[in-house]
Structure formats: structure tokens, C-alpha cells
Unconditional design. Structure first.
Lengths: 704, 218
């Protein structure tokens, strides 16, 4: 609650732990952030207020009166306990349920609520009654005790009597003395022991059962009254706790050597055992009954004996044991040490701390604390000056003089080192993974590159960009030429020329004009005729080619492809012939280089050579080229060619004459050369060069 | 004398009671061992309780707190033996241990004069601070090394008689007089049927108003 008022922060300061009233002592959340004294003072006040006010609703338990709610959080929390008190049959035995005792009961049962969570308490409020786990546990235990029922009843009533007595004493307004209370309790123990041992009701019980009955008596009373009897506000227990805690903190530099004990601080096994002992020692505070605290002490000491047995090789004597215990206490610095010790000495059966194993170890613990409190240089075997120097605050911090500290430090550092090593190893592994991954990736890349190049090579090899001369069978060339000639003669050569014209016209009107002019020069009438005839007869062709030609040159090439594919299929109509020729023309045009050369050659006017070349290497398209170029000499070889292939010409006359019929030979021709030449290389090369060719043609023609 | 070793186990707070079958009386005594360190206190106890010397059983966790039951005549006597740290620096803590003890054995080493002097101071202190009718025994240990003794038998004997102590020279190594000294103590201890008057406030730092005068039980 104290913390709830503050803004949340990451760290709990010393102030947060202190009592809210600022008295300097530590508060606990159970006490609403107050220390035990302030808490009790406040409760006393509240109780007085309640007493003055209307008590009826609380006593009757009929409802939560406004008083119980207004009394504050703690009382509100306790109110469900009130029902418990009323409902528990055990409590009904109460002979005189006067207001004080009821309130006291409420208070003492609240002690047992420590175990209950706040949420559970809320539920308890809603339902009105929830059996206390501790309470019911005790009832069960009582039933389990192997003593006669009469004895049980007697024991129960004795428990209640002592319970009442304690709470009456705690709530009385006279000055309180813990020794008085302790004597009361001890006398009751004696009385109970006497009853258990001598009362006829316990006659048939065995000694063991009698002992357990006495133990049970003590345990119940002490657990239920722990809150009042443990470190009561009218004692100086809290101050002593603080003092011894501070003292032990100051003595943190003490080593096993100082104490002349045989604990090997550096040995890991020994350290583990020391930790076991320490945890038991610290655990003493967590038990409610003195018996359990004693048992915890015994466990702690057994650990120490275990430790010493390993160190010395035989059963340890007190000469070894006490220093070891002191060492453990110093290293553990248990909380509320004095409160615990005093609680046990005051409120356990005196015989328990006077005899028995528990008593012996408890005495040792008390001795150890007494020794620590009265410690000086002499008792540690060092000079007074040295002791004083070591007792200076921070002396132990500045220099890790004690092997224990340094061992812990070293341990911590070693741990850190090993952790780091592990981390480094992990990183190294990762790094190796990454680098190997990189290497493999690199390899893959190389492989991929190699593969790609290989594939490209194979593809290249399969379809090389070899500008193979178009090998046209001689008879075909002859056929073609003869056909051409025939066409020309028959006025049908116009198809071809018209094609050329349409192609070139679209590209460069100028050159086309020139061409036409040239064509007119060459064979004026025929050309005109062809143009007319082509338009008249081959209407589909211009239609087909014209849109292509309108566009840029590449499309023209595509058109050429189309033409080829069209050729492959036995296309119908007389246009096939023309198409074929067009394709041939274009194919011829695609072969830029030699077209260039050809044009160059033609420019040189080496007609004789040209004709030879044409025959051997170049397709008949070479012919059209010179033709538009307008070299007059070109006509002569043609004629000669025609002469040579007159026989074949007759054969080819058939397609020539009947244009509508597809010539069976022509697809072959297309197949033969078309694919190797047309497929890949022609596309890009053709276009640019074709256009350039066109220009060339144009430019070359222009000067003329 | 038949001894029935019963070691370990925490002694219960109150005395054992006859279970109706046995008519033997049963007493429990708290016996505290005092003496300088390394005089052989725990060896003496181990010899008495376990019959051991240097051959420790695995079960023996420590020699600081041991119990042993012996029979004297018709009485079962259970000794609860509390060892104390002998070092000088822990001397001041001794009262906590011998408070409520019915018997004490002050041990010294016959080879060590200092230990004998320390024993004397223990005896003085016990007389002054311990319960008035505490039975004190003086044990000169390591009697097997009597050839190199420093403390003469007669000297110690005389001192014991002057102070009303039981005296024996013992040897935990050979077992000489070990059982005898415990038996002698048991015999000397009052075994009457006193009531359970152990109840009293015993606080480590508190006053010692309630000293059990008679701890023997039925």
C-alpha cells in the first residue's frame, strides 16, 4: 500500500522498505507498510475506536456494519475471520465470549491469514466464511493424535485457555514484560506436560504419543500466536536484529582462516555445502513454531557436519564445528536473527533448548551469535589495529582481502568468462557457417555463370550467328532468275519490283522515288506495268505488307518472317509466288554485309565479278539489288543467266504463268535456308542495316 | 556393566518414562565436555559412545552431540553429551553449554601443562556458574603416552580431591578408563524420582534464575 501511493519505479529504495510513519524501522507489506510497533499502535487505536463505537454488528456477525468497513483496510480484511471464529466448533467452546476476546480472536486468526492471498480474502468477504487452512490442519492433526478422545478434549481446552491467556495479556493495558509472558507460557507447558503424563485421561497413551501431544500443544499455540509473540513491540528484538545484521555486514571480511575453521572456501563442493547450510539458516525465519525453527537449525548444523566430515576425514568435534557455524552465520546474515532466537528461547519448552540435539545446536547458534556480537581482534587472532582497519566501512570492498570474497568474485568472473566463451563459440560457428555459405554461394555463382555461358555457347553453337552464304541450288537460282526474267518479260516482274518499291517507299520516299526513276530508266514500261498489274492482281499482298511497311523497319522484317511462315504452309492463291519472291528479297536484304558489299561492288561496277559471286554464294536477291541500283551492266548477266537456265525456266514457267498455283519447289527453298538464316540473327541486324541499306541505296543513287 | 549403545538421535525434551512393563528407573543427564582444544574430548566421547578410535563409521556425522545409554543397577541412564569448542576464543561461550548440565567432564592432556591449567579454570568457573550440584569429573587424557607425561598423576589427583572432583586418567586410544569415568559419573548423579522441574526460562543471554536442581525423572 505504501508503494501504491508512489509512482512506480524500477528500484526499491531503502526508504520504500522503511516504516511509513518514519520511525526508522523497516515496515512490512502485511503491516500496511508499517513496522510492527507502529502497526500495533495503530491497531490499538482502531480497536479503542471500535470499542467506543457500536460493537453489535461485529459481535453478532449478522452483517458488515459500517464501523467494520470504516475501520480501515486491515480490519476490513480481518472481518471474514470473525465468521470463522464464530463458526469453528473449537471456538464455540469459549465460555465467555466477551467483546475483547472476540476481537482478540479476530486478531490472532489474522495471523494465520498470512498464507491467504488478498484475492482469497476478497472471496472470503463475499462468501462470509472460508475455513482457515492452518486451523483445519490443526483440527485434522488433533484427530490424528493417538491419544484418548478425553485427552484430546482436554488438550483442546488447554490450548484455548493458553490462547486466551496470551491474547488477554497482549491486549491488557498494563505495562508488558515478555519474561512474564514467557513464564506464563512455560508454566503452562509444564502444566500440560504434567497433565499429559499424570492425568488418567492419558493413561493408555504411550510415551511417544504423550510427547507428540505436548509438541502439538506447543505448535498450535505458538503458530496461532506467532504474530504477538514473535518480536513483540515491547521488546528490543527489532533493534537487536538490526544491530546484529549491521554487525555481520561489517564483518563481511572475516574468512575461515580468521575463525580457525577448516572450511575450504575455494573448494566448490565445500561451497555448495556451505550454501546448503546457509539456506537452512535463513529458512529458520520462515517457520512459525519454535519446534520447526529448531528442526531447521538442526538441518543447518547437519549440513555443516557433513561439510566438516569431508574436510577433516572424521566426525567433527565442537572444536571444528563452532567456528564453522560462526562462519556460516556470518556469511548467511539471516534476517531477524535475534527475534527468532528469543522467540524460541522464550516460547518453546525449556527442556527443548536445554537438552536434545535441537537444544545443542540451538545453543551453538546462540553461542555463534554471542561470539559475533562480542568479536574483537583478539578473538580472531589479529591485532586491534588490523581489526579496526578492517572494520572500517568499505575496507572489505576496496580490497578483496578475504578469500571468500575473492573466490566468489573469481567464480563470478569465471562464470562470465565461460559464458562469453560459449557466446564466442556460437559466434564462431555462425561465422564459419556464413563464410562457408558465402563460399558455396560463390561456387554456385561461378557454376551458374559457367552454365549460362555453356548454355549460351551451346545455343550459339546450335544456332550460330554465322552469316552463311545462302546456298541456293543452282537450278533454283536459275529457275528464279528465269522466272524473274520471264516475269519481267511477261510484265509480271512488276510484282517483285513493286514489292521492293513499296518497302523502300515507306522507308524513304525519296529513295523510292529514285528507285522508281531508276526502274523507269531501266525498263520503264515493264515497271509501270508491274505496278499496275500488281495493284490490280495482287491486292492482298500490298494490303498485307503495307501496314508493316508503314511502320519502322523491324516490322518489315517481321513481315518477312510471316511471309516465310506463310510460304511454308502451302498457302493458296497466286500471291504465294509473289510472297516467295518478297521473302527472298527480304532475306536477301537481311544479309546486310554482303548487301553492302554488293552495293559497294556494284558501286565499283565490277559486274563480272558480281555476277559470279551471285551465282555461287548469293541468292538471287543479289540480282534485284543491282537492279534497283540501276547498273546497266547488271542486265546483261541476267540475260546470260536466263540463257543458261532456259530448260528449268520452262519448268518454272508453270508457276510463273499460272500465278494462282503454288509452286511445289518454293517452300523447299524457304525451308532450306530460311531457318538458319532467319531465325535469330536476322532480326536486329536486318532492320538497321536494311534501313541503312535503303539509305545507302538512296545515297548511292542520289549522286547518280 | 552392560552398556547399550544408542547413539545419534535427538534426545527428547523430557525424560523417558517407564512404559509399565519395565520397572527400571530411567534418567537422562546432560553432560558437557570441557577442555582445551586437541586434548581429545571428542575422541573420549567417541570411544565411549561408539567404541571407536580413529575408525569412524560412516553413520557418525559429528562428535559434537552424542547420546549414550547405560544401565546402572536398576536404572537406565541416558547421557546426552555436549561437546564444547576448546579454543580460548570461545571460552566465554561455555556457560551457554553447561547451563542446565548435570555433569561435566573437564579434560586435559597429560602431556600439556597448559591444558591442565585451563582445566583448573574450567573447574573454577563451573563451581562458580554452573548448577550447584553438578557432577564434575577431571579426565587426564592420553594416558597411553604416560612416558612423556608432563602433568603428574598425583598432582592432578590432589587437585581433584581438593575440589571434590571425580578423577581418572583416561586413554581414548586404548579405551582405558573411558567407560569407567562415565559410569562413575552416572553413579554419583542423583537418581531420585524428582519431578519434572526442568521448566524454567533458559535464555542464552538471560538471567539464570531457574536452575534445575534435579533433573532426574521417574
Amino acid at each position: 500500500m505504501a508503494t501504491a501511493a508512489r509512482p512506480p519505479s524500477l528500484r526499491l529504495g531503502q526508504q520504500d522498505l522503511k516504516c511509513r510513519r518514519g520511525c526508522g524501522y523497516y515496515g512490512t507489506p502485511q503491516n500496511d507498510g508499517l513496522c510492527s510497533k507502529c502497526f500495533r499502535d495503530r491497531n490499538d487505536k482502531q480497536r479503542k475506536m471500535l470499542k467506543a463505537g457500536d460493537m453489535q454488528p461485529i459481535i453478532g456477525g449478522s452483517s458488515h456494519g459500517p464501523a467494520s468497513f470504516s475501520a480501515g483496510g486491515t480490519l476490513e480484511r480481518r472481518s471474514p475471520q470473525h465468521f470463522l471464529v464464530r463458526d469453528t466448533p473449537k471456538k464455540q467452546v469459549d465460555k465467555e465470549p466477551d467483546t475483547t476476546s472476540m476481537l482478540q480472536k479476530k486478531k490472532f486468526t489474522a495471523v494465520l491469514q498470512k498464507t491467504l492471498q488478498a484475492g482469497a480474502q476478497k472471496i472470503a468477504q463475499q462468501r462470509g466464511y472460508v475455513p482457515d487452512p492452518t486451523e483445519s490442519q490443526f483440527v485434522k492433526q488433533l484427530q490424528k493424535l493417538r491419544i484418548p478422545d478425553d485427552g484430546k478434549r482436554k488438550l483442546k481446552s488447554e490450548i484455548q485457555r493458553l490462547d486466551n491467556e496470551i491474547r488477554k495479556y497482549m491486549n491488557s493495558h498494563s505495562s508488558k514484560n515478555i519474561d512474564e509472558l514467557s513464564d506464563t507460557v512455560q508454566n503452562t507447558y509444564t502444566k500440560v506436560a504434567d497433565i499429559v503424563h499424570n492425568d488418567p485421561r492419558f493413561e493408555i497413551a504411550t510415551n511417544e504419543d504423550r510427547e507428540s501431544a505436548i509438541d502439538f500443544f506447543e505448535k498450535v499455540v505458538m503458530t496461532q500466536n506467532h504474530k504477538f509473540l514473535f518480536s513483540p513491540y515491547f521488546t528490543t528484538d527489532e533493534e537487536s536484529d538490526m544491530m546484529v545484521q549491521k554487525r555481520i555486514r561489517q564483518l563481511s571480511w572475516i574468512t575461515s582462516k580468521h575463525l580457525d575453521c577448516s572450511i575450504d572456501e575455494v573448494n566448490a563442493e565445500a561451497r555448495d555445502l556451505v550454501y546448503n547450510a546457509i539456506s537452512e539458516l535463513v529458512g529458520i525465519d520462515s517457520y512459525y513454531s519454535p519446534q520447526e525453527k529448531l528442526q531447521c537449525t538442526v538441518r543447518c548444523c547437519r549440513h555443516i557436519f557433513d561439510l566438516l566430515k569431508r574436510a577433516t576425514g572424521g566426525p567433527a568435534s565442537a572444536d571444528d564445528f563452532l567456528p564453522a557455524l560462526i562462519f556460516v552465520v556470518l556469511k548467511a546474515n539471516p534476517v531477524r536473527l535475534h527475534s527468532n532466537i528469543n522467540f524460541v528461547t522464550r516460547f518453546t519448552n525449556a527442556s527443548r533448548v536445554m537438552s536434545g540435539e535441537g537444544g545443542y545446536y540451538f545453543t551453538n547458534l546462540c553461542s555463534a551469535i554471542a561470539f559475533i556480537e562480542n568479536l574483537n581482534g583478539e578473538s580472531l587472532g589479529i591485532s586491534k589495529e588490523e581489526f579496526d582497519a578492517l572494520m572500517q566501512p568499505d575496507a572489505g570492498l576496496q580490497s578483496f582481502s578475504s578469500p571468500w570474497e575473492s573466490a566468489l568474485m573469481a567464480c563470478e568472473s569465471l562464470h562470465l568468462i565461460s559464458e562469453n566463451m560459449k557466446q564466442m563459440e556460437k559466434l564462431q560457428r555462425k561465422n564459419a557457417d556464413i563464410s562457408s555459405g558465402i563460399a558455396s554461394f560463390e561456387k554456385e555463382l561461378i557454376e551458374f555463370q559457367r552454365e549460362v555461358t555453356e548454355r549460351v555457347d551451346t545455343v550459339m553453337a546450335k544456332a550460330p550467328l554465322t552469316l552463311l552464304p545462302i546456298k541456293t541450288p543452282a537450278f533454283l537460282i536459275g529457275q528464279a532468275r528465269s522466272q524473274l526474267l520471264q516475269d519481267m518479260h511477261e510484265g509480271e516482274a512488276g510484282h517483285y519490283q513493286a514489292n521492293v518499291l513499296s518497302g523502300s517507299q515507306s522507308l524513304t520516299v525519296h529513295s523510292g522515288m529514285v528507285k522508281t526513276a531508276v526502274a523507269a530508266e531501266e525498263s520503264g514500261l515493264a515497271l509501270k506495268d508491274t505496278s499496275i498489274s500488281s495493284i490490280g492482281r495482287l491486292s492482298p499482298l500490298p494490303n498485307l505488307q503495307q501496314p508493316d511497311n508503314l511502320f519502322a523497319s523491324p516490322i518489315f522484317n517481321y513481315a518477312a518472317f510471316d511471309a516465310v511462315s506463310l510460304l511454308e504452309e502451302p498457302s493458296s492463291g497466286g500471291c504465294v509466288d509473289v510472297l516467295m519472291l518478297g521473302a527472298e528479297l527480304q532475306g536477301g536484304l537481311t544479309n546486310i554485309n554482303y548487301d553492302f558489299d554488293l552495293s559497294d561492288q556494284s558501286g565499283e561496277n565490277s559486274t563480272a565479278e558480281e555476277s559470279k559471286l551471285n551465282l555461287d554464294e548469293f541468292d538471287p536477291l543479289a540480282q534485284p539489288q543491282p537492279q534497283p541500283c540501276g547498273a546497266p551492266a547488271a542486265v546483261e548477266p541476267e540475260t546470260s543467266l536466263i540463257n543458261t537456265t532456259t530448260d528449268s525456266l520452262i519448268d518454272s514457267d508453270v508457276p510463273g504463268t499460272c500465278v494462282s498455283l503454288p509452286s511445289p519447289l518454293k517452300p523447299e527453298v524457304a525451308n532450306y535456308r530460311g531457318f538458319s538464316n532467319f531465325e535469330i540473327p536476322s532480326i536486329s541486324c536486318n532492320t538497321g542495316d536494311f534501313s541503312s541499306l535503303g539509305h545507302d541505296v538512296g545515297t548511292t543513287e542520289k549522286p547518280k | 556393566m552392560a552398556t547399550t549403545p544408542r547413539s545419534g538421535g535427538a534426545g527428547s525434551g523430557t525424560a523417558q518414562r517407564p512404559n509399565g512393563t519395565s520397572q527400571n528407573k530411567s534418567c537422562q543427564f546432560k553432560l558437557v565436555l570441557l577442555g582445551e582444544s586437541a586434548v581429545g574430548k571428542s575422541s573420549l566421547v567417541l570411544r565411549f559412545v561408539k567404541g571407536q578410535f580413529h575408525e569412524y563409521q560412516e553413520s557418525t556425522i559429528g562428535a559434537a552431540f552424542l547420546t549414550q545409554t547405560i544401565c546402572i543397577e536398576d536404572t537406565v541412564v541416558k547421557f546426552e553429551i555436549w561437546d564444547t569448542a576448546g579454543q580460548e576464543r570461545y571460552h566465554s561461550l561455555a556457560p551457554m553449554y553447561y547451563r542446565g548440565a548435570q555433569a561435566a567432564i573437564v579434560v586435559y592432556d597429560i602431556q600439556n601443562q597448559d591444558s591442565f591449567q585451563r582445566a583448573k579454570t574450567w573447574v573454577k568457573e563451573l563451581h562458580k556458574q554452573a548448577s550447584p550440584n553438578i557432577v564434575i569429573a577431571l579426565a587426564g587424557n592420553k594416558a597411553d603416552l604416560s612416558n612423556i607425561r608432563v602433568v603428574e598423576f598425583d598432582e592432578a589427583k590432589q587437585y581433584a580431591e581438593e575440589n571434590g572432583l571425580l578423577f581418572m586418567e583416561t586413554s581414548a586410544k586404548t579405551g582405558m578408563n573411558v567407560n569407567d569415568i562415565f559410569l562413575a559419573i552416572a553413579k554419583k548423579l542423583p537418581k531420585n524420582d524428582g519431578a519434572n522441574n526442568q521448566g524454567g526460562s533458559i535464555r542464552p543471554n538471560g538471567n539464570e534464575t531457574n536452575r534445575p536442581t534435579n533433573n532426574c525423572c521417574k
